[in-house]
Design a protein around this ligand. Structure first.
Ligand SMILES: [Zn+2]
Length: 160
């Protein structure tokens, strides 16, 4: 007999139904995220926030330092260039549905200059055989008139 306290390690031991569900998700960027994207809509730079106590510069910016448990006030937010260095990258040949892409896409983790943070982004390059780790890249943004204040305003990163 199973009790509520019995450790269950295999979900298939329970009554189950196998299948796929299509689920729509909505993610809100929060107060700091909204400030970041509002800035990006009108500027060609990123915003970061710096904890005065430990010196960590957060990218994406945060309202609080999770290590020091202190608020990061307005005056400790700063503009940083929309560029950075490729920390790691991969080359995708399939889309999220497992279908083959017409062209491979390079996706990288970019350490954003002047911060301790990073972001994922597409990297445009003609040289898919090249080791991009350590390459300097710059964000290519949508035209200002077309920006929506979302992550899609960052079209891709271009190798400098
Ligand atoms: Zn801190």
């Amino acid at each position: 007999m199973m009790t509520f306290f019995e450790k269950q390690t295999n979900p298939l031991d329970q009554a189950h139904h196998m299948g796929n569900l299509m689920v729509d998700n909505m993610y809100t960027s929060g107060t700091a995220g909204k400030k970041f994207f509002t800035h990006l809509k009108e500027n060609d730079t990123f915003l970061a926030s710096r904890c005065k106590k430990c010196g960590t510069t957060f990218f994406p910016p945060r309202l609080y330092c999770e290590d020091c448990f202190i608020e990061i006030p307005e005056e400790d937010w700063k503009e940083v260039p929309a560029q950075g260095t490729v920390r790691l990258f991969t080359i995708a040949t399939l889309n999220t549905f497992g279908e083959k892409l017409d062209e491979p896409k390079v996706i990288g983790m970019i350490d954003i200059e002047g911060t301790d943070g990073a972001m994922l982004g597409y990297i445009e390059t003609d040289e898919t055989n090249k080791d991009l780790i350590g390459s300097k890249v710059k964000a290519v943004l949508r035209e200002k008139k077309d920006r929506e204040g979302t992550v899609k305003d960052i079209r891709y990163f271009q190798v400098l």
